[in-house]
Design a binder for this molecule. Structure first.
Ligand SMILES: C[S@@+](CC[C@H](N)C(=O)[O-])C[C@H]1O[C@@H](n2cnc3c(N)ncnc32)[C@H](O)[C@@H]1O
Length: 248
């Protein structure tokens, strides 16, 4: 039986319940439209956040670079980047049920075949389902900023998470983060700089458009809701970019 038929239409709980949650708890009923999107497309699009290691060649039915979009929200940038680079496969992850349902509906409508979605905690998914060295890249665009000092332990981009992510990157694979929160931007840069397996060619924040055509999967970061909001508020958006060092 496909796993999604028993799918609870809400994110799977983090089995390591002691772990600090990096996302906001959300309440509210799922609309019929979103419920239908999950049920109709779930079998084709959704990957179980927990279980054994995935073979992305089997998941997508081809051998191609795989990029994670971690905390994809409504999937706005995942879909634009998937359409811009059909030769790259994208796995978009979020705990936000309505966000994932929106992504599924739009992806089906656009006929995209290079996107899969995970409804669940990205940390759990990466730990359990992503093989070491299997990723061409990972994007973390506008992660929840947790601006209050007492909440900053909830930020996703921390040394432990970065170590996990880098372990799953292929040599030369990239990490691309963006935020309009000044203190989180500084934290992202520090986390990347402190990870010995990462190289930051800019030695500082990256330019707005990182387009290194030598690296598979790299396309421009689209302007989405969070960037437009930052522009309205006059907040500068910072990009942080690094690649996994090649073996010596
Ligand atoms: C501010 S939104 C940004 C969405 C999107 N990246 C964009 O730029 O439009 C941050 C998203 O990260 C998700 N998130 C936070 N922690 C997460 C985690 N551990 N696993 C999956 N999603 C997470 C939240 O649910 C939220 O939808």
């Amino acid at each position: 039986m496909p796993w999604c038929w028993s799918f609870p239409l809400s994110p799977v709980a983090d089995p390591a319940s002691q772990r600090v949650r990096t996302y906001h708890a959300r309440r509210g009923r799922l609309s019929d439209r979103h419920r239908e999107a999950l049920l109709d497309t779930g079998e084709r699009w959704l990957l179980d956040p927990t279980g054994g290691l995935l073979h992305f060649d089997d998941v997508f039915g081809r051998t191609a670079p795989v990029v994670l979009d971690i905390g994809c929200g409504m999937g706005e940038s995942s879909l634009i980047q998937a359409a811009a680079a059909p030769e790259v496969d994208i796995v978009a992850i979020d705990v936000h049920t309505r966000g994932i349902a929106t992504l599924l509906r739009a992806g089906e409508r656009e006929g995209l075949t290079n996107v899969r979605a995970v409804l669940g905690d990205a940390v759990v998914f990466i730990e359990q389902r992503v093989a070491r060295g299997s990723l061409a890249g990972a994007r973390i665009y506008f992660p929840d900023p947790w601006p209050k000092v007492r909440h900053q332990k909830r930020r996703l981009v921390q040394p432990g998470f970065m170590a996990l992510l880098v372990d799953r990157l292929a040599p030369g694979g990239f990490v691309h983060c963006a935020t309009d929160d000044e203190s989180y931007a500084t934290q992202m840069l520090e986390v990347v700089d402190a990870e010995p397996r990462l190289a930051n060619p800019y030695a500082d924040f990256a330019p707005r458009h990182v387009t290194d055509s030598a690296i598979p999967g790299v396309v421009d970061r689209p302007v989405t809701k969070y960037e437009r909001r930052a522009q309205r508020l006059g907040h500068p958006v910072r990009d942080v970019w690094a690649t996994r060092r090649l073996p010596a």
